[in-house]
Design a protein around this ligand. Structure first.
Ligand code: ADP
Ligand code: MG
Length: 856
């Protein structure tokens, strides 16, 4: 059997787009066939049917109406698929045989533009990687804003991960399959394997990015070329919104590993991955989508250069100190819509008339923004003010040309102002006056013939006509009318005059629609020519919005401008956790001080009962550090902070079940990653290291980790929370350690959490008290107390052993086991054998025997 011609066409096209779900246009539907149909029917809950295709079996098929396609496409993209849109590309009337079809666009997770599926508060990046001798070239693009950045890193995975962490791309293009697999595993991104077309590297990259040549730029150029190649492959149109490549320096911003981002809940909370409860949630008081995206980027890539940090802090301070300015700026920015994304749509030719009006209104706010900006002739803000372009020419063009209430769809008409274009005005008059002409003519003919019921009507087949009822037939003047149609009780006629008017009216409508279309395209192009200026202004708005936002948050929440020091010391007076304090009533959060240097107080061991506030204290320190480096004020009364090159965290028992690793394995690989990459300027947060394994195992590992950090990563500042009280003994042993604990108060049988961090180690863990607060049954708690008492009796003896341990930590475990043997001996020694009954003797012998067995 032979395939039907349509199926032949389908297969020819599908062959070129194997990695896409192909939406094949058939009339008013997009149809999917075979595997695509099976996948789509499952993912979109569509009914799977079949279609004769010339083969023995019917082709599995499912379809969706074309007008509802956007929603379905969005869903598939969110599930990580790519969709190829295959349209009829010739007029069916002119087609010989089967209508020609082709893929006109490929929609992918990293290039999706549909605003219903792309959050306007975050960037959507696609990334390309190429290898070059010992380097990786890396390029990132957000197609929806036209941002294009590139850099190069040493050819190792960890450097690559660092850069990815700054952009969190949705999709990656690689030239090596093995690299693709690594990235897929770690980031769960859609990976595309492509070959780099050499001619492209030279040709189109040079066209796009004129400055690229030689040296490291070549590495960046190849990644950029690969990325452009992919964008052209998917968009199939000129990418005029990509105007320049920004080559950035990897050392300008901090890489935050996935764990740290997650543990510190920077942009989403750990529980449900929502924004609420994250640092971004607290800080995002931006007024524009551009500002909101920018803030997220700042949080995900804090600065490492002191001058740049101070510049941002100063700009925030300018707004912080002037409340009127701050509120006026917020008011002005409120009316500025997403210029960046509208501009990209202009470039990709998908902008609609309403968006042009939105752009105009946004540009209309710029003079206000500019005059406010001029008021603060200060540092970074005066630099922005000098570069600020209010684009009054573009605003005037849009104001003059586009109707204020222009519709969404261009073909509905009413888009271009009559005053902008003479011919449009004339055509519109004709169209409107047409009705009047007809009415006038009707009256004229009635007067002439004396037939009161004469009327002029319209139908699609004959156009305009004069209708006269049969009863008046005799009154028709000879030769005046041309008969067109006979009905049961009426006759229809036309006249030359009527035809002339008809031509004008009908022609006007068609002409008007065509002309409005052409003029709109012309205006679009004129705006497109100013794209670089528009993008620059959008960037400035984004920065400005972040500055005012951080000032607003600082005022609302009582933050202070941190000093950025070079002595490497962290000094925080009355510090708070920015997120936890927001979850509480005002004033409920207990503030705490912190002092660390890179020297004798560089390692804080924090002990205290469960729920005391250890984790919170450590996180707030990391968060304040990070906030300062994005240019934000911090939740404290006073703060002086050094620039950290990295912030590492290992917090809680996060179970990476999906990754197939056990908790302990995850914990250890996180610790290992920290030990490998931390430097003397890093801030390390270790929370309960060693918890995931047995006590002695855990204790020994924690111990060794402390020693390692102190000796191998000298200068690094570490906060270390632990429930192993034994570790507090290290303060006297090792240089650099300070013990702290969280204060609790015993009130009768209860304990009260005071949340105060004080010098010195805690000696009890109050775990049972916490368990009681949590409502465990009374008899269970009583039994736990019994067990604890027994264990503590053992431990008292251990303390003796720890004296020795201080000289030689290696003997710790030995000491504990020796002690248990001692206990059996002790018992034996204390027995009064002669006064024992045989029954007692047997019982005691049995117990001793059991205990002796337990020792091993
Ligand atoms: P730990 O790590 O010692 O077990 P956490 O840091 O997780 O304790 O704190 C437990 C809870 O106590 C937090 O969820 C928070 O509600 C509260 N808490 C912690 N620190 C403070 C503080 N400084 N002021 C007020 N409440 C706090
Ligand atoms: Mg904790």
């Amino acid at each position: 059997m032979a395939l039907t011609p349509m199926m032949q066409q389908y297969f020819t096209i599908k062959e070129q787009y194997k990695d896409c779900i192909l939406f094949y246009r058939l009339g008013d539907f997009y149809e999917m066939f075979f595997e695509d149909a099976e996948t789509a029917s499952k993912e979109l809950e569509l009914v799977l049917t079949g279609r004769d295709c010339g083969l023995e079996e019917r082709a599995p098929m499912c379809g969706i109406p074309y007008h509802a396609a956007a929603g379905y496409i969005g869903k598939l993209i969110q599930k990580g698929y790519k969709v190829g849109i295959c349209e009829q590309v010739e007029d069916p009337k002119e087609a010989k045989g089967i209508v020609k079809r082709d893929v006109i666009r490929i929609v992918t997770p990293g290039t999706l533009l549909d605003e219903n599926f792309v959050d306007n508060k975050r960037n959507n990046y696609v990334m390309a990687v190429t290898s070059h001798e010992e380097w990786y070239g890396v390029a990132f693009c957000d197609l929806s804003t036209g941002e294009f950045q590139g850099t190069y890193v040493p050819q190792n995975l960890s450097s690559l991960h660092n850069e990815m962490s700054k952009f969190t791309p949705k999709e990656v293009i690689v030239t090596e399959a093995s690299l693709g697999e690594e990235l897929q595993k770690k980031w769960n991104v859609l990976v595309n394997l492509r070959e780099l077309d050499d001619s492209l590297e030279k040709g189109s990259v040079q066209n796009y990015f004129k400055s690229l040549s030689g040296g490291y730029n070549r590495v960046v150029a190849s990644a950029s070329a690969l990325l452009l190649q992919y964008l052209e492959e998917t968009q199939k149109t000129a990418l005029t919104n990509i105007t320049h490549l920004e080559i950035y320096n990897t050392e300008d911003s901090m890489a935050l590993d996935i764990n740290t981002k997650r543990n510190l809940e920077l942009t989403e909370n750990i529980v449900d991955k929502g924004k609420k409860g994250s640092l971004l949630w607290v800080l995002d008081e931006t007024e524009t989508a551009m500002g909101s995206r920018n803030l997220r980027r700042w949080i995900e890539a804090p600065l490492l250069n002191k001058e740049l940090v101070v510049k941002r802090l100063d700009a925030v301070e300018a707004f912080y100190q002037n409340l009127n300015l701050l509120e006026d700026m917020r008011e002005a920015l409120k009316g500025v819509f997403d210029i960046e994304r509208i501009v990209s749509k202009i470039a990709l030719k998908s902008v609609n008339p309403k968006e042009m009006v939105t752009l105009k209104r946004s540009l209309g706010k710029l003079p206000m923004v500019e005059s406010l900006l001029k008021q603060v002739d200060y540092g970074e803000l005066s630099r922005l003010s000098r570069k600020f372009d209010v684009l009054s020419d573009v605003h005037k063009l849009l104001e003059d040309s586009i109707e204020e209430d222009a519709p969404l769809a261009l073909k509905e008409g009413g888009v271009i102002k009559s005053s902008y274009h003479k011919e449009i005005e004339e055509l519109r008059n004709l169209k409107q006056n047409g009705k009047r002409y007809i009415a006038e003519m009707e009256q004229k003919e009635r007067d002439f013939t004396g037939i009161k019921s004469l009327k002029v009507g319209y139908n699609k087949v004959f156009g305009y006509y004069i209708e006269i009822s049969k009863s008046n037939y005799s009154s028709i003047p000879e030769g005046r009318y041309i008969r067109k149609q006979t009905l049961a009780n009426a006759e229809r006629f036309i006249t030359q005059e009527l035809k002339d008017i008809e031509d004008k009216i009908l022609g006007a409508e068609e002409k008007l629609a065509d002309l409005e279309y052409t003029v709109f395209q012309d205006i679009r192009e004129k705006v497109e020519n100013e794209i670089e200026r528009l993008k620059q202004t959008a960037r400035i708005i984004a920065d400005l919005d972040c500055y005012q936002c951080l000032a607003k948050v600082a005022r609302n929440n009582g933050y202070v401008k941190p000093q950025i020091n070079e002595d490497g010391k962290i000094r925080i007076l009355e510090g708070r956790h920015p997120v936890v304090e927001q979850m509480m009533k005002k004033g409920e959060f207990v503030s705490n001080d912190l002092y660390m240097d890179g020297d004798k107080e560089r390692f804080l061991i924090i002990t205290g009962p469960n729920m005391a506030g250890k984790s919170t204290y450590m996180r707030q320190t990391a968060l304040m550090s990070l906030m300062a480096q994005i240019g934000s004020f911090v939740p404290a009364k006073e703060a002086s902070l050094p620039i950290c090159d990295r912030i590492f965290t290992r917090i809680g028992a996060s179970d990476d079940l999906a990754g197939g690793k056990s908790t302990f394995m995850v914990e250890m690989s996180e610790v290992s990653d920290i030990l490998l990459h931390a430097t003397e300027s890093s801030l390390i947060i270790l929370d309960e290291v060693g918890r995931g394994t047995s006590t002695y195992d855990g204790l020994s590992i924690a111990w060794a980790v402390i020693e390692h950090i102190l000796s191998e990563i000298q200068g690094a500042k570490t906060l270390f929370a632990t429930h192993y009280h034994e570790l507090t003994a290290l303060e006297d042993e090792l240089y650099g350690i300070r013990n702290y604990s969280v204060l609790v108060k015993e009130v009768g049988k209860n304990i009260a959490f005071l949340r105060k961090i004080v010098p010195g180690g805690a000696d009890e863990s109050y775990g049972i008290e916490v368990a009681r607060l949590a409502g465990l049954p009374k008899n269970l708690l009583a039994r736990a107390k019994e067990i604890l008492a027994k264990l503590e009796k053992k431990e008292k003896k251990t303390t003796k052993a720890t004296q020795k341990v201080k000289e030689d930590p290696g003997i710790l475990q030995m000491g504990i086991f020796d002690f248990e043997k001692d206990q059996v001996l002790e018992k034996l020694r204390s027995l009064d054998v002669l006064s024992m009954s045989p029954l007692d003797a047997q019982r005691i012998l049995y117990e001793l025997n059991q205990e002796a067995k337990d020792v091993n």
